[in-house]
Design a protein around this ligand. Structure first.
Ligand code: SAM
Length: 283
């Protein structure tokens, strides 16, 4: 039985980075009129109430979106992300936070579609309610790692896959690379995103090395630490993006210094933007 519930963590510093990256990727897929497919292997419930008991219990969102929401000096490159959060809070008070499906859905045109996997029995029900009248969204009570074989390649031949496991099962660090590799083998032009927590540096380095040797031609890592390595708990988070779109690196470089300053909890914070395989020019 899964015990992780994202409601306790929604809108925290890691969600801010994750969803900023997803906004950059979704926007880049909508530059062309051609349809795209989005697969979210670990979808959560789609949207979160920041006044819920779960969110209040940890208060994590206050160190994430709570720090950004009212800043007057937001860099222009971060505006599209904040627009997504604003769309959920039309009265101007920060009460709701979008999950990854809502973030990507915000950019959908009539021709796009998504497939959402969620394995927690209660969360999958909430996810179904969230998208119940939406013909462009399908919700499945299934293991997201297994959905790769059934859903890829998509008929659209353009797509984005987010792997966002909770890593409750330690083998997820290996399983996620295997699943990405399987997806890449089936659909080599898709963009794949692996989210990871920074808990122990050696585990992160192993994940990077595994992706580096996985056979993918282009992969970039975006990481942000708000507390120095080695401190207790999750000190940062990162995302590995396989097949990043044109100018992804530039767009992240325009956001990361400000965002890291804003979210740092101890010391100055730190970010990385590095290629694990290939370079921007090898596209
Ligand atoms: N992607 C969401 C977002 O950004 O808003 C957050 C997802 S949360 C980190 C991970 C979710 O994956 C949890 O809701 C958990 O119940 C679910 N989960 C765990 N293992 C799974 C699996 N093998 N397949 C599908 N969902 C799984």
């Amino acid at each position: 039985m899964l015990s992780y519930r994202h409601a306790y963590h929604a809108g925290n510093f890691a969600d801010v980075l994750k969803h900023t990256v997803m906004v950059v990727l979704a926007r880049s897929l909508t530059r062309k009129d051609k349809p795209f497919f989005y697969l979210d292997t670990h979808a959560g419930v789609g949207s979160y109430d920041l006044a819920s008991m779960a969110a209040e219990k940890t208060g994590e969102w206050r160190q994430g979106i709570g720090r950004i929401w009212s800043r007057p000096d937001l860099p222009a490159a971060l505006q599209p992300y904040l627009d997504v959060v604003r769309a959920m809070n039309p009265d101007g008070e920060l009460l709701h936070y979008p999950g990854s499906p809502r973030v990507v859905r915000h950019f959908f045109r009539a021709q796009d579609r998504m497939w959402l996997c969620e394995l927690h029995p209660r969360d999958v029900e909430a996810l179904r309610v969230e998208f119940e009248d939406d013909p462009q969204v399908k919700v499945a009570f299934e293991d997201g790692f297994h959905a790769i074989k059934a859903q890829l390649p998509p008929k659209e031949r353009r797509g984005l896959v987010l792997f966002d496991p909770s890593y409750e099962i330690k083998t997820d660090f290996r399983t996620v690379v295997n699943a990405m590799q399987e997806g890449y083998r089936r659909f080599g032009t898709g963009t794949y995103v692996i989210w990871y927590p920074v808990l122990q540096r050696r585990v992160v380095e192993k994940l990077w090395a595994d992706v580096g040797r996985s056979g993918v031609e282009r992969a970039v890592v975006v990481e942000q630490c708000v507390v120095p390595d080695g401190a207790e708990g999750m000190t940062g988070s990162g995302m590995i993006v396989v097949n990043p779109p044109w100018q992804f690196e530039e767009q992240m470089a325009a956001v990361l210094p400000w965002l890291t300053d804003c979210l740092a909890q101890t010391g100055s914070g730190r970010y990385r933007l590095e290629w694990l395989a290939g370079t921007a020019d090898s596209a």
